[in-house]
Design a protein around this ligand. Structure first.
Ligand SMILES: [Ca+2]
Length: 319
């Protein structure tokens, strides 16, 4: 089996770090690039975290810094300190010195360069705001025809009863830059959306995390960063544990058979009280002419075998 060739666009972020660990450790993944985007923290914070994770996990892929705010929008972005802590990694102590250095290119240029270098080969996994993807598409529309697949963590379509997490209808990654998401879902590259519809069906419990920690330093790291995250979910959602958002998107890229999907044409609401809502016109349904016409069919995850996702994540700790 050829390795899955991955570019990872991320805003680390506790669950981002957990997903990046999966990419760094899985033997069937070739991690080619890591690009950062504002979101779980400001761009300086999440980029510092990505470089720290490069040191910690020991991967060789370049890290490039991306967008500091939403596309075409100069508003100061809101960062998710409440969920991910002031330093974006649950407040754990970080070393004063970081050895990894930044790639000089902006994130969207690194994405373009890597896709053009390996036409038809790259899976772009995006688990933050879609800003870098939209900037890349604007600068180089040809990449839409050159990428193998784009797997996105974001959005919510109401399947399994799951709607928004930052408003009643909006998921955070989409709410943070709905215009960019609409551009990314409207491009003619094949997109798979791993949204709250499935990520809220996968929960890591304290017992699961304790078992990871017992395997060694990687597991201890996950336990340490996840403590803050679990406390947030306990107070906000009343659950014992936390949902597996970004690592579920990485899991889809390697094991799509764990997921049930449907096809649809996607639009994103860009303003008003429903800002950030993702709306699919399912394949085969017909309506009078409207905003979904001429949009490409994309794939939405609507079901997941959560136990298999958890076993798969666990497997990287047993090697
Ligand atoms: Ca993320």
């Amino acid at each position: 089996m050829p390795k899955l060739q991955v570019v990872f666009d991320t805003d680390p972020g506790i669950d981002d770090a957990m997903a990046l660990l999966l990419l760094a450790r899985h033997p069937e993944v070739e991690l080619l690039g890591v690009t950062t985007v504002f979101g779980n923290g400001g761009i300086e914070t999440v980029t510092r975290n990505a470089l720290h994770l490069k040191d910690r996990f020991g991967f060789t892929a370049p890290v490039a810094q991306g967008a500091a705010g939403a596309i075409d929008d100069m508003a100061v972005p809101h960062a998710a300190h409440l969920v991910h802590g002031d330093n974006g990694l649950g407040g754990i102590a970080l070393p004063a010195t970081i050895h990894a250095t930044l790639d000089p290119r902006p994130a969207h240029q690194l994405i373009i360069d890597l896709i053009r270098q390996r036409p038809g080969e790259i899976t772009l996994i995006a688990v933050g705001r879609m800003t870098n993807l939209a900037l890349a598409l604007r600068a180089a529309p040809d990449i839409a025809g050159l990428v193998k697949e784009v797997v996105v963590m974001g959005g919510a379509f109401g399947r399994n009863g799951h709607t928004g997490n930052v408003t009643p209808v909006a998921e955070a990654n989409i709410f943070g830059d709905p215009v960019a998401a609409d551009i990314a879902f409207g491009a003619t590259w094949p997109v798979v959306i791993v949204g709250l519809d499935v990520t809220k069906e996968v929960t890591m419990t304290p017992a699961y995390v304790d078992a990871l920690a017992a395997t060694g330093t990687d597991g201890e790291f996950v336990r340490d960063i996840a403590a803050y995250y679990a406390a947030f979910y306990r107070s906000r959602e009343g659950i014992d544990g936390f949902y597996v958002h970004d690592a579920s998107a990485v899991t889809y890229a390697l094991h799509p058979e764990y997921f049930a999907t449907e096809r649809g044409r996607i639009r994103v609401v860009s303003e008003g009280i429903a800002k950030g809502q993702t709306i699919s016109l399912p394949e085969g349904r017909n309506f009078p002419p409207g905003a979904w016409d001429d949009r490409p069919l994309q794939t939405i995850c609507i079901g997941v075998q959560g136990g298999r996702v958890l076993s798969f994540y666990r497997s990287i700790f047993d090697r």
